[in-house]
Design a protein around this ligand. Structure first.
Ligand code: GDP
Length: 297
């Protein structure tokens, strides 16, 4: 188990306050604890460093040293700063789906939870916004993945584009567009092929699909437990495909959520949703406050 940052800081400040007024050095000691807590929460080193510098600037300005509860004051500054960095300027849950049929492109590595997330979002759009959604799997390399989407679709009552053998992903994307227009769908979701690693073919395929579909949203699905790897994947996908948001999956796991902070700080891309389990309802819009609390422990 992790020791929570609150406990850690209380410990540090308890010791310090017994010696009288706090000095700048005392605050520095506390900030070292903040840094360790961030690193333990899987925040990358440069992000943790910058973050602590920002907190230090604020702590100095806010006369933490004169406070009777300096530990609480530092925690509040850290919490507010975490929320500030994590909060984007768009409403994470508001997908751009006007002008039907609106294409949503789903990209990510194999095993990240892309197909599951596609179905979860389709269900959400259907139930919360009353949208008619069509889902299509473009994973021509893995027939099982195409089947998986069809099975999930049947389970949640969302249509999937019939599977036609021998088509290329671009052909499937075009067929999905036509079917969505003719069928009066509001949204069509394109679940692209994933691979274990980013390679030229994966990117070329996703880019070709993007070019024919002209998606309103391109959502990158990444495994929230993979920490810095998730951030690297996001940087590469964004540079090569361009993404409008990130979905962090497996946030129901043991991770402390630090990947969210690194993701936001390094890629600048908003986190839109978090996956919280295997079930079709296990998805929520990203809430900076909750993740901040989780990182702090
Ligand atoms: P894909 O290869 O990226 O399409 O990944 P899948 O959608 O097939 O998901 C791979 C596995 O991860 C499946 O067993 C999913 O049920 C599971 N999974 C997906 N999202 C989550 C999540 O948020 N939490 C947990 N615990 N499991 C998830």
């Amino acid at each position: 188990m992790f020791e929570s940052l609150s406990d850690r800081l209380s410990g540090v400040f308890d010791k310090l306050t017994k010696q009288g007024a706090l000095s700048d050095d005392d605050v520095k000691t506390a900030l070292r604890e903040v840094r360790v807590a961030l690193l333990e929460a899987d925040v990358s080193l440069p992000v943790a460093r910058d973050f602590v510098a920002a907190v230090q600037a604020k702590a100095t300005g806010q006369a933490v040293t004169k406070s009777i509860t300096p530990g609480q004051q530092v925690i509040k500054i850290v919490h507010d700063e975490l929320e500030r960095v994590l909060t984007g300027d768009t409403d994470p849950g508001a997908l751009k789906i006007d002008n039907p049929p609106a294409p949503i492109l789903m990209v990510g590595l194999q095993g990240s939870g892309k197909t599951t997330t596609t179905a979860k979002l389709a269900k959400r759009l259907k139930e919360r916004e009353g949208k008619r959604v069509l889902m299509a799997s473009l994973d021509t390399n893995r027939p099982a993945a195409m089947e998986q989407l069809a099975i999930l679709g049947a389970q949640i009552g969302v249509d999937t584009l019939p599977i036609v053998k021998g088509e290329t992903p671009v052909q499937i994307a075009k067929r999905a567009k036509t079917a969505a227009s003719l069928g009066g769908y509001d949204v069509y979701m394109l679940d692209t092929a994933g691979r274990l690693h980013i390679d030229a073919e994966l990117i070329a395929q996703a880019a070709a699909v993007r070019d024919v579909a002209n998606p309103r949203e391109t959502l990158l699905v990444v495994d929230g437990l993979t920490g810095q790897d998730a951030v690297n994947v996001a940087q590469e996908f964004d540079a090569k495909i361009g993404v409008t948001g990130v979905v962090l999956t497996r946030m129901d796991g043991d991770g402390r959520g630090g990947a969210a902070l690194s993701m936001r700080a390094i890629t600048g891309k908003p986190i839109r949703f978090v996956g919280l389990g295997e079930k079709m309802d296990a998805i929520e819009t990203f809430e900076p406050q909750r993740i901040a609390g989780r990182i702090l422990g």
